[in-house]
Design a protein around this ligand. Structure first.
Ligand SMILES: C[S@@+](CC[C@H](N)C(=O)[O-])C[C@H]1O[C@@H](n2cnc3c(N)ncnc32)[C@H](O)[C@@H]1O
Length: 374
């Protein structure tokens, strides 16, 4: 594979990346467009690339506009109004941005009634500073921002920039990092730019020795979480290009519902790629090899440490990167085996199979039941 191929064709791992972007945007736009509150949505693609690749593959600008077009026409068909969705596509190479503009026209993916469309050919750093000054205004106008940051290299990015973008409120960030290269360099002759990037989130970097790229990613995620604090949610989506190459998307939000939507998108794609949810429960079977399920282990520790309410279990599940349906499955299995007791506020046993682990209960009735693990 030559370098040219990588840059002019959309390869499988990049396809998985833009799939996640598309699946997430579909869910995100669906919620935000119907929340009855948001007046305008602003999508910023700061390293937008060329849109249409030589092999016909569609990059982030086309994937994004397709989702906007879909949601627009679904809502027009239902005769319900939706907020305007503005898009801003930026890339330092002018020829690429021109190509994006042309392919959006050729494929009829943009109509002015969707919202405004902007193009620019600035360096990321300038775009970032410009965004920082715009974001605070969005909140008071009931507007929301989604920012996609997809560089070739980590040298453009700083964790504190992500923190600044997030702390201006109402924004979500999806960041692509070439984790494989970062991991290789982190263990061996670390370049200054990488040292600067990692030291911000892993303060004891000089003693840090992750054993492989997977633990590198999970510790980076924890580092981001600690750096951003508990008001933010962080998740990762790993894409394995081949046995030796793993890339990773990092997702950041301050909104738990948006976080759940991103996890849904991720699980859907993982299932398609054959690495979805696998829980055999505790029933011994000749055919199902008993494996330790990572969520089951985490839930056990979480419930054993103190009394936990349904709202806490909902948040805990998401923060571990899993969905409420996964926890429900584990709880149901424990309940069937007589290991789990679920009690209502007045100490009565809750109905079987009722765990109340969902966003609506989290918002309105987060202390409806407690769990007692024997
Ligand atoms: C990984 S590609 C983007 C791919 C695109 N998001 C897609 O889905 O097809 C990274 C892009 O960043 C652009 N770029 C490189 N340095 C930049 C900078 N300092 N500021 C803005 N864009 C830059 C490159 O021209 C390249 O198109």
């Amino acid at each position: 594979m030559t370098k040219k191929d990588v840059k002019t064709n959309l390869l499988n791992h990049s396809e998985a990346k833009v799939r996640l972007l598309g699946e997430y945007l579909k869910r995100y736009l669906n919620i935000i467009c119907n929340d009855g509150y948001t007046k305008r949505i602003k999508i910023y693609d700061l390293f937008c690339g060329e849109g249409l690749y030589e092999n016909g593959g569609e990059g982030s600008p086309l994937v994004t506009m397709r989702q906007i077009k879909d949601i627009h026409f679904v809502n027009v068909a239902k005769a319900s109004g939706i907020p305007k969705i503005d898009c801003h596509f930026n890339d330092i190479e002018e020829s690429k941005v021109k190509r994006v503009e042309q392919s959006l026209k050729d494929k009829s993916l943009y109509y002015p009634e969707f919202g405004d469309l902007h193009f620019s050919t600035e360096d990321y750093q300038l775009q970032y500073e410009n965004l920082l000054s715009q974001l605070p205004k969005l909140k008071s106008l009931n507007q929301k921002a989604f920012i996609f940051i997809d560089p070739y290299e980590y040298k453009h990015i700083k964790a504190s920039q992500i923190k600044n973008l997030m702390s201006k409120g109402s924004s979500e960030v999806l960041l692509w990092l070439p984790t494989q290269f970062m991991y290789r360099f982190a263990n061996n002759g670390t370049p200054e730019a990488l040292k600067d990037f990692i030291t911000e989130i892993i303060p004891n970097f000089s003693e840090w020795r992750p054993g492989n790229v997977w633990s590198f990613i999970s510790e980076l995620k924890q580092g981001f979480q600690d750096f951003l604090g508990n008001n933010f949610f962080v998740d990762t989506f790993t894409i394995q290009k081949d046995t030796n190459t793993v890339f990773c998307l990092f997702f950041f939000t301050s909104h738990i519902k948006g976080f759940e939507k991103m996890l849904e998108a991720k699980w859907e794609i993982d299932t398609e790629y054959g690495k979805g949810w696998d829980y055999g429960g505790n029933t011994p079977s000749l055919f199902h090899e008993h494996k330790t399920n990572p969520l089951e282990t985490k839930l056990k520790d979480f419930l054993k440490s103190k009394k936990r309410y349904n709202g806490e279990v909902y948040e805990f599940t998401l923060r571990q990167g899993f969905l409420p349906k996964h926890t429900n499955e584990i709880f149901y299995n424990w309940q069937n085996n007589g290991d789990l007791e679920v009690l209502t506020a007045n100490g009565e046993k809750a109905r079987k199979k009722s765990f109340y682990i969902a966003y609506n209960y989290f918002k309105t009735d987060n202390k409806k039941v407690t769990f007692n693990l024997k």
